[in-house]
Design a protein around this ligand. Structure first.
Ligand SMILES: NC(=O)C1=CN([C@@H]2O[C@H](COP(=O)(O)OP(=O)(O)OC[C@H]3O[C@@H](n4cnc5c(N)ncnc54)[C@H](OP(=O)(O)O)[C@@H]3O)[C@@H](O)[C@H]2O)C=CC1
Ligand SMILES: CC(=O)N[C@@H](CCC(=O)OP(=O)(O)O)C(=O)O
Length: 343
């Protein structure tokens, strides 16, 4: 399978380059960059010297179509949606990592991003949360890869809402912490070493676009209708998202029922690990496509759910490759089975 990566020089793009290079059934066809067109990817990322010889190209839908079967668009929001319709028209399958095709409702996209150029196409895209939308993904031509914070929230929440363990009228509080690669490679003051190192801060406290993504999916899939409070934080680390979710369940559900429900729900899913005697840590998932989950039920019925994932892998490039595997009817773990680096 010939695979092109548009936006290969970004943080998620370069993770895609690594994953596709190591994938047993996919090959890199073409890489693009806006600022480094004409340059070797190994000059921009010298860890690729003597491994990948390709030069980056300007984005051109005809060039991409000529040599590719599948395209990953790892571009900023608003840039993807200018290119994706052309790629689809040329018969390609597209997995888009931006927020441009994640919503069903164009009004929500407009509120948090901008007016959408093609709301019909957005409505036809498949939300690529692989564990929950597997059948839809297999038959899709355009996959909207989920946001990193929504991935770390929806995977643990969905089974409890779908099974009525968390009632559709019960408040959910999501407290999420991300490493700095979550904000991409483009420099900004927020990402300066001196601003981040030995610091820890909440941001977008008044509202963050990922709350709307989480809320839309929970409402559409489970009819959840209560309040979701979401606060993201910036960790002084490069990778990883640790999300703590607070809610409550009925008195009839004991700790062991909750663990069993998760284990049953995700028994066929290689990348979801339910931890029963440990709590998720970023170290356990760094460099992997795993999402680790624990649940703790307090005697009051309050729930504390903890999820950890690598934002660049399960939160972006790894989930995108998992989606490619589903599209191609390959085993979902193909090319994603590496053990992470613990130190
Ligand atoms: N970082 C993360 O953890 C996650 C990111 N995402 C989403 O994935 C997408 C990519 O993110 P990330 O890799 O972090 O972003 P980066 O800022 O690191 O990279 C963006 C890429 O897009 C290219 N690009 C930027 N503007 C244009 C343009 N106008 N035309 C063509 N190419 C352009 C850049 O090229 P160059 O710099 O070479 O000019 C670069 O290759 C975003 O939509 C992001 O929100 C989703 C989940 C997690
Ligand atoms: C740490 C940090 O800044 N994270 C980013 C979210 C990650 C991201 O890239 O957003 P999408 O998944 O929607 O593409 C942010 O809060 O804007």
């Amino acid at each position: 399978m010939q695979v092109s990566i548009v936006g290969a020089t970004g943080y998620t793009g370069i993770e895609l380059v690594r994953l596709i290079k190591n994938h047993p059934r996919a090959e890199i066809a073409l890489l693009t960059s806006e600022s480094f067109a004409g340059e070797r990817i190994a000059d921009i990322y010298p860890h690729l010297i003597d491994i990948i010889d390709s030069r980056c190209r300007q984005v051109d839908a005809d060039d991409i179509a000529e040599c590719s079967d599948i395209v990953f668009t790892a571009l900023p929001h608003g840039v993807s949606s200018k290119l994706v319709p052309d790629l689809l028209e040329k018969g390609l399958q597209v997995i888009d990592l931006s927020g441009d095709y994640r919503y069903q409702n164009p009004d929500i996209y407009r509120e948090w991003y901008q007016k959408h150029e093609d709301p019909d196409l957005m409505a036809r895209a498949t939300y690529g949360l692989a564990e929950i939308r597997e059948e839809q993904i297999k038959n899709s031509r355009l996959i909207a890869n989920p946001g990193c914070y929504p991935t770390s929230s929806l995977i643990p929440l969905y089974p409890f809402l779908a099974e009525g363990i968390i009632n559709s009228e019960t408040e959910i509080i999501i407290d999420a912490k991300s490493g700095v690669t979550g904000a991409g490679r483009k420099p900004s003051r927020k990402k300066h070493f001196c601003e981040v190192q030995e610091n820890f801060q909440a941001y977008s406290v008044e509202g963050h676009r990922h709350r709307s993504e989480i809320a839309e999916k929970l409402k559409n899939w489970t009819e959840y209708s209560a309040e979701i409070t979401f606060t993201p934080h910036l960790l002084p680390l490069k990778r990883g998202i640790l999300t703590t979710i607070y809610s409550s369940c009925g008195q009839q559900y004991e700790q062991k029922n909750l663990i069993s429900l998760y284990e049953d729900y995700y028994s066929e899913n290689r990348f979801i690990r339910i931890l029963s005697d440990k709590k998720p840590q970023l170290k356990y998932v760094a460099g992997t496509n795993f999402c680790d989950i624990s649940v703790t039920r307090l005697s009051s019925g309050r729930l504390k759910i903890i999820a950890a994932l690598d934002n660049l892998i399960k939160g972006a490039a790894g989930q995108a490759v998992q989606n490619m595997n589903l599209l191609c009817s390959w085993p979902s773990e193909l090319g994603l089975d590496d053990i992470g680096l613990y130190f």
